[in-house]
Structures are given as C-alpha cells and as structure tokens.
Ligand binder design. Structure first.
Ligand code: ZN
Length: 184
C-alpha cells in the first residue's frame, strides 16, 4: 500500500460512507487486513485512515502498541467504519500528535492539537456490528484524529500553538523526558 501525503486532494475529500451490507464482503475485508498489516508491520504509527492509502471510504484502523515512550498503554486493535462522535466529555486539552501522511516515517512533524480526553463513538466494527462505546486516553485521542481524516481534516488545521511544532526525533525525546518526570 502506498501512503498518500499532505497535498494529495484525496486527503481533503469527505470519505464516502460504506454500505453496511458490504462490510463482510471481500473488498472491505481485504482492505481492513491490508491496512492493519501496513500499519503494524511497517510500524507507521497508531492509526491509518482509508484515504491515506488512496481509498475514499469512511474506514480507519487503529493499532495501539507499547513503545519506548508509551510503555504503559494497553495494546488494542480497532476498526472503525462510518464513525461518528456522538458525545464529548469536558474541555479539550492540548495533546501532541503527528500524521503518517505528514512526511515519511521519522521525517514527520508533531504539534499540539486540542482534543477531548473522553468521547463516545458510534461506529460499525469489522464484523459489521454497530457499536456505541466510550473511549478515553490515547484511544480517544487517536480516534479524533482518524474521524477528522474521514472528513477531509488534517491535524495541522487544528494546531493553535504553532510554536509547538517539532520533528519526530524531538517529539520522542520530549515524550521520554515527560515520562521520566512522571516517574521521578
Ligand atoms: Zn493522520
């Protein structure tokens, strides 16, 4: 799979909603498997939306894994189809994020984006079952980034603190230092 990058018009289009009767079909199931494999084996990041692989469909895959600067997260894979945030809890907080489409691998930029800590999401899973679930922490954060992708919104659109931009290298150093302070 080839990753589309910032500037590609597909990333600015609203993705087409998937007919739920087609979720169990070969086309969507193959797409889900290929996207999860691309995300996990290429270690691209924590989430990937279909427009980022050149397909304008309302589907994103999420794969949360422990990493050096995220040793405490619970691993989870999640497939969200036709997702809709139905509720947000509290005020937004500024959280760092980057995007796979923002530059190849370690060349990507990170910045602070206002995100809700807790959300409720309505979506269809990979089995075609309608779900309505609360998410918090990293999952809630990643889901908001992914839902934006399916609406043609990129994280750079939402950055308010433009001085917060940093490279992948600096972000990893920042995240590790933050983690060390937390455990000090
Ligand atoms: Zn992204």
């Amino acid at each position: 799979m080839t990753i589309t990058e910032f500037g590609n018009p597909i990333l600015r289009r609203e993705a087409i909603r998937i007919d739920t009767a087609e979720i169990l079909g070969t086309e969507i199931q193959t797409l889900i498997n290929d996207m999860l494999e691309t995300l996990i084996t290429k270690k691209l990041g924590v989430g990937l939306a279909a427009p980022q692989v050149g397909i304008s469909k309302a589907l994103s895959v999420i794969a949360i894994r422990k990493s050096e600067h995220r040793p405490n997260v619970k691993a989870r894979d999640l497939v969200i189809i036709n997702p809709e945030i139905t509720e947000t809890v509290g005020r937004r907080v500024q959280l760092y994020e980057g995007c796979i489409s923002g530059g190849p691998g370690k060349a990507s930029l990170f910045a602070k984006v206002p995100r809700y800590k807790r959300i409720r999401l309505q979506y269809y899973d990979e089995k075609g079952i309608k779900q309505h679930e609360y998410f918090e922490g990293l999952l809630a954060h990643v889901i908001q980034h992914e839902v934006d992708h399916l609406e043609g919104i990129l994280f750079v659109d939402k950055v308010r603190d433009t001085k917060s931009y940093m490279t992948h290298k600096e972000y990893v150093a920042y995240a590790k230092a933050k983690l060390a302070r937390k455990h000090a």
